[in-house]
Design a protein around this ligand. Sequence first.
Ligand code: URA
Length: 411
Amino acid sequence: MHIPTLIERKRDGGELSAQEISGIITRFTEGEMPEYQMSALAMAIFFRGMTGEETIALTTAMLHSGSVLEWSNDSPMRVDKHSTGGIGDKTSLVLAPLLACDGLWVPMISGRGLGITGGTLDKLESIPGFRVQLDEDKIRKVISKVGCVMVGQTSGICPADKKLYALRDVTGTVPSIPLITASIMSKKLAEGLNRLILDVKFGSGAFMKTREQADLLARSMVTVGRALGVRASVRLSEMNEPTGMSAGNALEVAECVRCLQGEGPADLEDIVLDLAVAVSVSSREQLQEWLRDGSAWRKFQQMVTLQGGDVDALDRLTQIHRAPYIGELRAEASGIVEKMDAGVVGQVVLELGGGRAKANDSIDCAVGCDHIAKVGTEVNAGDELLRVHARSRAALETALVQIRKAVAIKG
Ligand code: URA
């Protein structure tokens, strides 16, 4: 196999065979294909795209670059969700324990936040002691006891994606539908799932800015899922205002705790129920009842305990991670909140220190926004529109100026 010839073929709009793609991924994972060649190929794929068959072959090769979680035939059905990310998108923390109430197994492997969108692992780490890095034995133990586990990618799972994603991140080749499809689906398929719901978002606070782009990505992921034996379905939704009423790591976990205790907020609960219904065997009413009667909350507490977290801290997270400066943004006029731009809120939370610009940056769990008014709320001049939690007075003042651009009120 002559790699430069394959790069040239893709550059010129030709197709690669499944065998050639498999050879490329094997050589790249084992360090035999240099990063400069892989970067060139990723750029050729970015411009030329891939056929459905090529995308399936790439996903398969990346999936088999490492280990796949195997489950015995008599184990419960495995289900999971993947979200393409958004501001205040915290649904995983409520969804996983809720699905476990249904007797399903949820081996949820999540990622960290990058750019303006937050990551489940960062949120979970605001729970004191919670461990997101578990080996496969421990993953099996937690799931067999509780029905759900929430962890980061182990070093054995999809090593090709780890390497390729790091390269794409610095070579301008992230926003390519076949590359995103293979990256996401290889990791999800490595969980050994039966069903998967894809929460694909578009809008100012999402990775995909238009419905058309989101739709193309969704179709591509569903096609690959079906070809590889997973029943994948899609929930396509706009991400123009944050999900729920908070954005920022500990603030979001605190909101999930309230949701698991049956206290909403309504939009978060609705999204969770939409996603749950798509993969579960129970009705929406039954799933809602498990949120209201404390069943999902008890599952979450059990999971936190088994993953080393301090359950007693869950009701006190915003005190444990209290940012020293908290300020309010107040309405300048009376009317209806017409806009609460998710992209602006996400950027402010990132700049407060709640997100990272580079993969190795550390994050501040305490900072962010809460009490965020929902679009459609009626407000009087002087009412609170949201609160900003900041590490310094200067950061608070800058954030309050910036975040005003997120809001429009119609008189
Ligand atoms: N998330 C992933 O895991 N991979 C991508 O390529 C993009 C988003």
